[in-house]
Write a protein that binds this ligand. Structure first.
Ligand code: HMG
Length: 389
């Protein structure tokens, strides 16, 4: 069978962030609870003229230096921050990126899991027609109630992946392990802007799903725990991945020392600590963080992935890093983007948090705020107007 997987990967986050020390200070909480307890430092906040569409287009833009955009046969858009009940957010992105008119576009949803479903579906499409390229984008804004335990785990980001035959970054193995259970750990009814979450329960069900998905993976695949050099986990906050990896190591009776076990995930956490939860995008931003920050070459190494979407659907899958992968990366651009973001004070954060959300069709011009390549210029007559900046 022809190898299929990730040929290019790029991510984007908003140019504003709130330092969790600033949040802790406003709440009268010890900042160490965030910096150490949940392992997070900053959370990305979308500007007034940014949303999942502009972030998605910005994430995908670097992938199309050449004629590549003409060859995209399908755009799969994964999100749980949908802006419309009917129209797929990817259709706006299709225009902003100038994709060809024969490209199909669809939106997928299952909490943070949907990007993994999109990647697996993209691999299946490419396996059927190896000359085609599928673009997968995951884009989300994580928003919780003010002063709730989830508030410090907010964030935003988008990631874009080109899935191709003979990929240049990661060959994805066809064997997977799945686990699904109807639970209420985190959800957002249509009439709400913020998620409802049973926080402690959600962390328990995350760990249960990891064990179940791993057991199913072990029945389907010849890849053993000790064959995997690095692991990428869904990242609601970085401490969750540390706990998850400890749990999986214990399930597998790993003989590695604690430091060696943590070293298997440390590089995958770096970007998430600075961005916060980006829901469907988080797992693949974590993978980008791993391949862009690992000092030693990962070529030929096996990577394990755990995808978790509340509600819940989970999947464990694996892949092998391809020789020469570093030439495909956008490491400098990503680091510059993260370094040049602007810090918000608590009042500025509140103003973005309470950004107007017109519901009766009145026209609102968005202040020109973002430093990204695309912006949401206005909402009027119930239509969102996206432009190049
Ligand atoms: P909490 O209950 O306020 O926090 O919020 P806590 O009291 O459990 O403290 C957290 C940790 O900080 C603890 O460490 C404390 O000991 C420590 P642990 O016991 O866990 O090892 N701590 C301190 N450390 C140092 N100095 C201090 C200090 N104080 C405390 N001074 C909670 C935690 C997870 C509940 C909250 O963040 C939350 O509700 N988050 C949102 C839900 C979530 O992220 N769940 C994760 C699993 S579900 C998931 O991943 C799916 C999701 O992404 C959605 C989707 O699928 O779409 C969320």
């Amino acid at each position: 069978m022809l190898p299929v997987g990730i040929d290019k990967i790029s991510f984007y986050t908003a140019n504003y962030y709130l330092d969790l020390r600033e949040l802790a200070c406003a709440q009268g909480t010890d900042p160490e609870k965030y910096y150490v307890g949940i392992g997070q430092e900053k959370m990305g906040m979308p500007a007034h003229d940014e949303d999942i569409v502009t972030m998605a287009a910005n994430a995908a833009l670097p992938l199309f230096k050449d004629e590549e955009s003409k060859n995209i046969s399908t755009l799969l858009f994964a999100t749980e921050s949908g802006i419309d009940q009917s129209k797929a957010a990817g259709v706006y992105v299709h225009r902003l990126l100038g994709l060809n008119e024969n490209c199909r576009v669809v939106e997928l949803k299952q909490a943070c899991y949907s990007a993994t479903a999109a990647v697996q579906m993209a691999c299946a499409l490419v396996a059927r027609q190896p000359e085609k390229t599928v673009l997968v984008i995951a884009s989300d804004v994580a928003k919780y109630e003010l002063d709730s335990p989830g508030e410090a785990t907010q964030g935003c980001g988008a990631v874009a992946l080109l899935i191709k035959a003979n990929p240049k970054i990661l060959e994805i193995d066809p064997e997977v392990g799945n686990y699904t259970e109807d639970v209420m750990d985190f959800w957002r009814p249509n009439y709400r802007k913020t998620a409802i979450v049973d926080g402690k329960y959600s962390t328990k069900i995350y760990l249960k799903s990891l064990k179940k998905a791993w057991e199913h993976f072990s029945q389907s695949s010849d890849v053993r725990f000790s064959d995997i050099s690095h692991f990428c986990y869904h990242l609601p906050f970085s401490r969750m991945a540390q706990k998850a990896h400890k749990h999986l190591s214990k399930v597998n009776k790993s003989s590695l020392e604690v430091e060696q076990t943590q070293a298997q995930i440390e590089d995958s956490l770096l970007y998430n600590k600075l961005i916060g939860n980006s829901y469907a995008a988080a797992l693949f931003i974590g993978f980008t963080s791993l391949i862009e920050n690992a000092e030693q070459s990962l070529a030929g190494q096996k990577i394990g992935f755990f995808s978790y979407g509340s509600g819940c659907v989970a999947e464990f899958f694996s892949g092998t890093v391809i020789e020469g992968y570093r030439q495909q990366l956008f490491t400098q651009q990503h680091k510059m983007m993260l370094d040049s973001r602007q810090a918000l004070n608590y009042e500025e954060y509140l103003s973005l948090y309470h950004a107007p959300d017109p519901q009766s069709g009145e026209r609102i011009e968005m202040p020109s705020d973002t430093t990204g390549g695309f912006r949401l210029a206005a909402i009027g007559d119930h239509k969102r107007e996206y432009v190049e900046r």
